[in-house]
Design a protein around this ligand. Sequence first.
Ligand SMILES: Nc1nc2c(c(=O)[nH]1)N[C@H]1C(S)=C(S)[C@@H](COP(=O)(O)OP(=O)(O)OC[C@H]3O[C@@H](n4cnc5c(=O)[nH]c(N)nc54)[C@H](O)[C@@H]3O)O[C@H]1N2
Ligand SMILES: Nc1nc2c(c(=O)[nH]1)N[C@H]1C(S)=C(S)[C@@H](COP(=O)(O)OP(=O)(O)OC[C@H]3O[C@@H](n4cnc5c(=O)[nH]c(N)nc54)[C@H](O)[C@@H]3O)O[C@H]1N2
Ligand SMILES: [Mo]
Length: 790
Amino acid sequence: MGNMTTTGSRQDIPGDGYSPATPPRPTAPETTVAEPEETSVHHVKTYAAGIPAVAVSMQRGFTQMGPFRTAKTFLELNQRHGFDCPGCAWPEKPGGRKPAEFCENGAKAVAEEATRRTVTPEFFATHPVSALRERSEYWLSQQGRITHPVILREGATHYEPIDWDSAYRMIADELTGLDDPDRAVFYTSGRTSNEAAFVYQLFARSMGTNNLPDCSNMCHESSGHALSTTIGIGKGSVTVLDIENADLIVIAGQNPGTNHPRMLSILGDAKRNGATIVAVNPMPEAGLMRFRDPQRVGDILSDGTDIADEFLQVRLGGDMALFRGLAALLLRDEKRAPGTVFDHEFLTEYCDGLDDYLAAVEQTDLDEVLEATGLTMEQLETFARLWERSERTIVCWAMGLTQHKHAVATIEEVSNALLLRGMIGKPGAGVCPVRGHSNVQGDRTMGIWEQMPESFLSALDDEMGITSPRDHGWDVVDSIRAMRDGKVDVFMSMGGNFLSATPDTDATRAALEKCRLTVQVSTKLNASHLHTGTTNLILPTLGRTDRDIRGGKKQQVSVEDSMGSVHLSRGSLRPSSDQMRSEVGIVCELADVMFGADHPVDWLGLAADYDRIRDHVSRIVPGCEDFNTRVRQPDGFLLPHPPRDAREFPTESGRAQITTNDLVWLPTPPGRLIMQTLRSHDQYNTTIYGHDDRYRGIKGNRRVVMVNPSDIEAMGLAAGQRVSIISEFETDSGVEERRVDDFVVVSYPTPPGNAAAYYPETNPLVPLDFVAAKSNTPVSKGITVRLVAA
Ligand SMILES: Nc1nc2c(c(=O)[nH]1)N[C@H]1C(S)=C(S)[C@@H](COP(=O)(O)OP(=O)(O)OC[C@H]3O[C@@H](n4cnc5c(=O)[nH]c(N)nc54)[C@H](O)[C@@H]3O)O[C@H]1N2
Ligand SMILES: Nc1nc2c(c(=O)[nH]1)N[C@H]1C(S)=C(S)[C@@H](COP(=O)(O)OP(=O)(O)OC[C@H]3O[C@@H](n4cnc5c(=O)[nH]c(N)nc54)[C@H](O)[C@@H]3O)O[C@H]1N2
Ligand SMILES: [Mo]
């Protein structure tokens, strides 16, 4: 399998030390949380899922929820009449859903939300904020669900309870008193439902600002930007059915075994249908290598399915060079046998920009490609051969492509390679940016974006009777800059953990502390509640799993998955406190206090019946017509996607754009490493479940830096040694440095010159101004660092 040399043994399943065959059965949820002690490093796993994954799921459920709630919760997860998994945005397979349509990490995400542990006013009375600041994100998130609205008043040492009406009054007074509505910023994290997202952006725009940064700015913004340019719509062009029917699937910069485990089942199906799968990744990720489907008895008993047929262990940031190199070989072969490689009919009928691009491809220096990618000519030739033979090619990607300086250009290069062979808008082929948060794509559809197009704004104004501002607002990075520069008084956050998720933690902390009022609508405690504006409010909200009753009616919300399919989600668990309110309720009640009864929007009416929100949306968002009826169909409905549906490209010229960019890659400077920040198997973004990274064989500590053994030796270090990581960032006035201490060096088969460490512990190393061209996404996967012995 490719050039993978360092792997663990596949026989090590029963004794891997993590996976009891039968999970323990505590009768009540556990309540004590210990901080971690030490690191140990085992073999890198070469398989994912299987029995250990099932055992972990059940154990997580018991620990957080107790047995009864566990059974109820897992039975309803991702079922037609249940709730949508808050874990990731991977779609459920339409039609026959399997009895347990979830994965180990979905189960963890659910257990974390449905936990019976609680953070009450008594908790806040006994824990001063100064003490909570010393705690890790792990400890904070393990305390459980926040039960009551609480306020941290100016100069206070503790949070204290506040009633909802006073909280709304305080926010409304602050917002009404602003000199300029743009002195307020409204952040959204991608778990927010369509309905909540819609009323939230309506609130911000009614107030007069487009300052609607969201987690997508740090996530797939580069994909949206690139695809809008190339195919005219910033969303993926394939469905699950396409994946099952593709004959070549390339998975670049994505770790599905951990972050989208349900994707592995579908990849397994695709393989059984004859697909070849190519993994492009600096890390030999377990999920890409071998997969045991816990839903297939045969797989559990055997070694499972080899997922990747080819493993291209690319250097960090080498993907643009890989796809340019591919194009160079395609051009060479097309010249040798004209008409056999390129899809000329497609190119002539649908595409612009071919000649300029081929002129650039002609100039490709293949030696540079090999240096940039770290691959061999043989691997590049194999990749080209697979690409040329494929009739139905799909490229899937995630953060490994989007979080680079040249992310937009890289994704445009991927798109070029597909367009050359006419791989957009036919069954089994296309682009597949795999989204992160479970509703991050839906939030955008509902208007959460600082630069929504005029077509949306004017439809919104006509339907709702408001006048939306037209100037673009601030995204995440620009919001932090504005806070830093004293331009923001009020920061509100609909979910998420703004402080820890954003780059340059120290700078962001200082920026947040400059606000007069910060407000978080949250389910669980996190660091953003502890480094705040002068006054801070935490408003406790219902999650996906919670029953939501309003106006005497059981409400349901909707979400859009990674492939543009919209469906309902209904929570059913009894909330941990009667003080929690739904996100929709919170926004609408606040708006009612703020705008009064004369406002053109009937805010309280919307909160009493979410169908009314969907009715408005159905008249504003193309493709959502008849929302309430269609979303109640068994699998919901699919939003239109002109390139996928009809090879129509809604670009300015009406044609797909083949784009030409200068080749960029990331050489490693002498004595330095290029480092990526990524997720372990035991976290959901900044919510840390535990300190093990099972598939990578790392146990007991997250403050580790994974380095190739040859680099460890060259730097005169040793595995297990404690180091500081110092990042270097060139500016006009010299090199800026940032530093984190107390990390342990782990010897790991990452490419020479490349390193990896976990997010969010390493976010202090990512400079605020180090962003991707065009998308403004923080460069979390390509920072220059040096390691210094402690
Ligand atoms: N359990 C769980 N599920 C999640 C999340 C979670 O935290 N936990 N987060 C959710 C969210 S918001 C998101 S966005 C997704 C994230 O899903 P991923 O994008 O899979 O997440 P990362 O851990 O950031 O992994 C990036 C992968 O890209 C590789 N990579 C890094 N740099 C490069 C590069 O330059 N080139 C290539 N080819 N590969 C590279 C890394 O080695 C790693 O395998 O997952 C979602 N699902
Ligand atoms: N260095 C580095 N930084 C990164 C990344 C990286 O790979 N490397 N990845 C980036 C990516 S892809 C993303 S998406 C962002 C994630 O950024 P965010 O979305 O801001 O962060 P999360 O950790 O997902 O937010 C967790 C918090 O959300 C709240 N929450 C959970 N569920 C709900 C809910 O249903 N409703 C409400 N109101 N609140 C809820 C809880 O209080 C919890 O503490 O981080 C980005 N930052
Ligand atoms: Mo994300």
